[in-house]
Write a protein that binds this ligand. Structure first.
Ligand SMILES: NC(=O)c1ccc[n+]([C@@H]2O[C@H](COP(=O)([O-])OP(=O)(O)OC[C@H]3O[C@@H](n4cnc5c(N)ncnc54)[C@H](O)[C@@H]3O)[C@@H](O)[C@H]2O)c1
Ligand SMILES: *[C@@H]1O[C@H](CO)[C@@H](O)[C@H](O)[C@H]1NC(C)=O
Length: 440
């Protein structure tokens, strides 16, 4: 019998799909090789070309992970350097060994900037992350950075939650015990203008963050911002966590609801400890210019007519306005009561904590009342036009049942709308008044 061995070993050396067979050498090798064959270019020119090729690749191949539009293109390569790493490490260091080490996403945002400062002040280590997108005035985000974060000693990374390389790099430098995830595309009406920005940040970005979080060792506990908007068209008040949340009235609400379901999956499969907080209309100093209390203030001061919404049959529109300091107490308490994640090496080792909790004020106020409080504080009579609320995402009322927050977080909101707006108006006049004088 003749041995088949030599034939088999010969066959072994033939690639299964000969046409696709390629030796494993880097493109750079070929570039170098070709240039050497065909030209007598000096080495320096060659490396200049290689460098230019890289720039070209970065510009055209790196996906622009923009939520709302951004100022310019930024790639991960911009960050890494030893100075940068040291700043991240210094900012992440808690004052005492019992302190948390928290990654705060959306740290240049309204809630994120306040939360970062509050954590840092009580001794936790904090690193911020924000892409400074231009959904609303970037100058306000930058001012929060210089006036709140820089002063408190919080370092903020200018980057996107979709950037997995950046996130892994951050988790590689720092062992984060917690993530406070506040980065999102917010606002209900803008979803009709730029729907994909909601999917990019609130779904894709959240998944990316969870992917990185589940694979690091040890895994962080995650606290993130959902929204009262998930209650959608519900009419039973007050809204309780047990109520149905399958009738969203905006794409924004749908992405927040999707986030809650996605969070559940990561909790179930990978053992990530996750707490979703449903915020109810948060307001206060350094707030968001796209929200009614903010642009009403601006327009009343400019003597512009404001549009006051009413529901069908002249029903009043009302909101459970929640002051920023109360929301902060809820966020910090959620971090403190968060149990450890149970997974490691990307595998679940046991059941992990999963919570969804309302954070509201429990005393809804009508838009008319909101306007009359602002008139009093600004000492200007508003020019009002009553408009039927368009059906583009807003819901007629919100009202939180906070029994669960009280039980789980010891949460007790203490600021009424009048007191909170007084602080907002004072800040507003300082900020925009001072701006004109050039002090900002
Ligand atoms: N303010 C409220 O009334 C309210 C109510 C319910 C829920 N929420 C939620 O609370 C969180 C904070 O809200 P806010 O009012 O501070 O909003 P905000 O817009 O001021 O803050 C969000 C921040 O996230 C950043 N960001 C957005 N997409 C990003 C991305 N892909 N990568 C990195 N950074 C990104 C933005 O630049 C912004 O600074 C959000 O998740 C929001 O949906 C807020
Ligand atoms: C609030 O929610 C709790 C459950 O968390 C429930 O027991 C209670 O009845 C609710 N209160 C109202 C007024 O609906």
């Amino acid at each position: 019998m003749t041995s088949l061995k030599p034939i088999l070993s010969h066959i072994d050396n033939i690639p299964s799909t000969p046409g696709k067979f390629k030796p494993e050498k880097s493109p750079l090798h070929y570039l170098h090789h070709r240039l050497r064959l065909h030209t007598t270019l000096p080495r320096i020119t060659l490396w200049t070309l290689v460098f230019l090729a890289f720039i070209f690749l970065f510009f055209f191949l790196s996906p622009p992970y923009t939520a709302a539009p951004r100022r310019g293109l930024r790639t991960t390569a911009t960050y890494f350097g030893s100075g940068w790493e040291n700043q991240v490490k210094a900012s992440a260091k808690p004052r005492s060994r019992s302190g948390h080490t928290v990654l705060v996403t959306g740290a240049a945002g309204f809630v994120g900037s306040h939360a970062s400062v509050a954590l840092k002040h009580r001794g936790d280590g904090v690193v911020g992350l924000d892409n400074f997108n231009s959904y609303y005035e970037v100058s306000l985000k930058k001012a929060r950075k210089s006036h709140l974060l820089d002063r408190a000693g919080v370092f903020i990374v200018d980057g996107d939650i979709n950037d997995a390389v950046l996130l892994r790099k951050l988790f590689g430098i720092v062992h984060f015990t917690h993530v406070l995830h506040l980065a999102a595309q917010a606002g209900v009406r803008y979803a009709m203008v730029n729907p994909s920005s909601y999917i990019k940040s609130n779904v894709d970005g959240f998944v990316n963050l969870l992917e990185v979080s589940k694979s690091v060792n040890p895994q962080p506990a995650i606290v993130w911002a959902s929204s009262s908007s998930v209650y959608g068209l519900n009419s039973k008040v007050p809204f309780s966590e047990k109520d149905r949340t399958d009738q969203p009235a905006s794409l924004y609400a749908a992405t927040k609801k999707a986030g809650e379901e996605i969070a559940h999956t990561y909790n179930h499969i990978y053992g990530l400890s996750i707490t979703g907080l449903r915020f109810f209309t948060v307001y206060g100093p350094w707030g968001r210019p796209d929200m009614a209390y903010f642009f009403f203030t601006k327009d009343i001061l400019k003597r512009r007519t404001i549009s006051v919404f009413e529901g069908p049959d002249h029903a009043t529109v009302s909101r459970d306005f929640t002051y920023i300091d109360d929301i902060l107490k809820g966020c910090l308490s959620a971090l403190d009561t968060a149990k450890k994640s149970t997974g490691s090496g990307g595998k679940k080792k046991g059941e992990a904590q999963f919570r969804i909790i309302n954070l509201g004020n429990t005393s809804p106020v009508s838009v008319n009342k909101l306007v009359s409080i602002l008139e009093k504080l600004l000492k200007v009579k508003a020019k009002k036009k009553v408009v039927l609320m368009p059906r583009n995402g807003d819901v007629p009322f919100t009202h939180a049942n906070i029994t669960l927050a009280r039980k789980q977080l010891g949460y007790r909101p203490t600021t009424d709308l009048e007191t909170g707006l007084q602080k907002f108006v004072k800040w507003y006049l300082d900020y925009y008044g001072g701006k004109k004088k050039g002090s900002w």
